[in-house]
Design a protein around this ligand. Structure first.
Ligand code: NAP
Length: 267
C-alpha cells in the first residue's frame, strides 16, 4: 500500500515546534508518514502557526492543490481552525472523513509596466499605493467602464477570505468565502473640491475585471502589497485584477465554523 504522506509546515516559534513534534508522533501512531516540509505527493498539508504562516506556506508552495488544515499557535488564526490541545480529536475526525471542504479563492493581478507584464496572486488582498506615503491618483475601470478617479492612500482589493483582514480594518465589509466576488476598498480617500472619490467599498462580481490605471505623472514608483508583502514597480501603468480560477482547499471540521470563528475572533 502506498504511503499516506502528510506535510507538516511550521513556523519557527517554540510552541509551533513542540506542536509539530506531538503531531508527528500522533500521525505515526495512526500509520501516516509525516513529512517536514512540502511533498507534492502528500494527501494533506498541516500548517502550524498563525495566519501569517499559512499565507507564507501558500505563497512559497505556489498555492498547492493539496488540501490544508491549520493548527493555530499564532495570535488571531482566522485560517487556523485546530487548537494544539485537540490534535488527536482532529486526526480521528480526519480518518473518519468527518469534515467538509472550503475553497479559498485567490485574486490575480496582471501588472503592466513600461516594458514588462508581471503576474501576482494573493490569498487575502492586493493594495496599490504610491511609494513614500504620497497621495496616489488612480483611474478605476470596471470591465473598461470608467468608475472614478481615486485620490487617497491607496486601493485595496480583497478576496472573500481576506475580507476579515486589512480590508476589515479599513472599513470594508466582511464577505462570506462562498461568494464569488472581489471587494474594492478605498484607503483614506480624499474628498475635497480638488478631488472626489467613493468613500466606501464596492463589491464587484468575481468575473469582472477591475483595472487600476495610474496617472502618468505618478507612474515612476508604486507599491503593490500582495498579502502584506511589498513589491515595488517602476513605470507602472496599469494593474488588472480579477478573481482567479486558482484556489486553495481548506478542510473544515466543525459545523458552522465560519460564523463561530467570526464571533470568537472579532467580538
Ligand atoms: P502581520 O502584519 O504580521 O499580521 C497581520 C494580522 O492579520 C495577524 O494578526 C494575522 O493573524 C491577521 N490575518 C491575516 N489574514 C487574516 C484574515 N484572512 N482574516 C483575519 N485576520 C487575518 O502580517 P502577516 O501575518 O504576514 O499577514 C499579512 C496580512 O496582514 C495581510 O494580508 C493583511 O491582510 C494584513 N494586514 C493588516 C493590516 C491592518 O489590519 N491594518 C495592515 C497590514 C497588513 P495571525 O496573528 O494569526 O498571524
Amino acid at each position: 500500500m502506498a504511503d499516506r504522506i502528510i506535510n507538516i509546515l511550521t513556523n519557527a516559534s517554540y510552541e509551533s515546534k513542540k506542536t509539530a513534534e506531538r503531531l508527528s508522533s500522533s500521525l505515526l501512531e495512526r500509520g501516516f508518514k509525516p513529512f517536514y516540509g512540502f511533498d507534492g505527493d502528500a494527501e494533506l498539508s498541516i500548517c502550524i502557526g498563525g495566519d501569517g504562516s499559512f499565507l507564507k506556506t501558500a505563497h512559497n508552495n505556489n498555492f498547492p492543490r493539496i488540501p490544508f488544515v491549520g493548527i493555530n499557535t499564532g495570535h488571531l488564526g482566522f485560517y487556523q481552525e485546530i487548537i494544539p490541545g485537540k490534535i488527536d480529536e482532529f486526526l480521528d475526525s480526519y480518518m473518519e472523513g468527518k469534515y467538509s471542504r472550503s475553497q479559498i479563492k485567490l485574486v490575480k493581478a496582471d501588472i503592466y509596466t513600461k516594458n514588462k507584464v508581471f503576474k501576482q496572486y494573493a490569498v487575502n488582498e492586493m493594495v496599490l499605493k504610491a511609494s513614500h506615503s504620497k497621495l496616489v491618483h488612480i483611474n478605476v475601470f470596471i470591465d473598461s467602464n470608467h468608475l472614478e478617479k481615486f485620490s487617497g492612500d491607496g486601493l485595496l482589493i480583497s478576496t472573500p477570505s481576506g475580507s476579515t483582514a486589512y480590508n476589515f480594518s479599513s472599513g470594508g465589509a466582511i464577505v462570506h468565502p462562498s461568494l464569488h466576488v472581489l471587494q474594492l476598498n478605498p484607503i483614506s480617500p480624499v474628498n475635497s473640491s480638488a478631488y472626489r472619490s467613493l468613500g466606501s467599498s464596492i463589491i464587484v462580481p468575481g468575473g469582472h475585471t477591475i483595472s487600476l490605471v495610474l496617472e502618468k505623472r505618478y507612474a515612476s514608483a508604486n507599491l503593490l502589497l500582495v498579502d502584506g508583502a511589498e513589491n515595488f514597480y517602476t513605470n507602472l501603468h496599469r494593474v488588472n485584477l480579477r478573481l482567479s480560477n486558482k484556489y486553495i482547499t481548506k478542510l473544515v471540521f466543525s459545523e458552522n465554523s465560519y460564523w463561530n470563528n467570526l464571533k470568537d475572533k472579532f467580538l
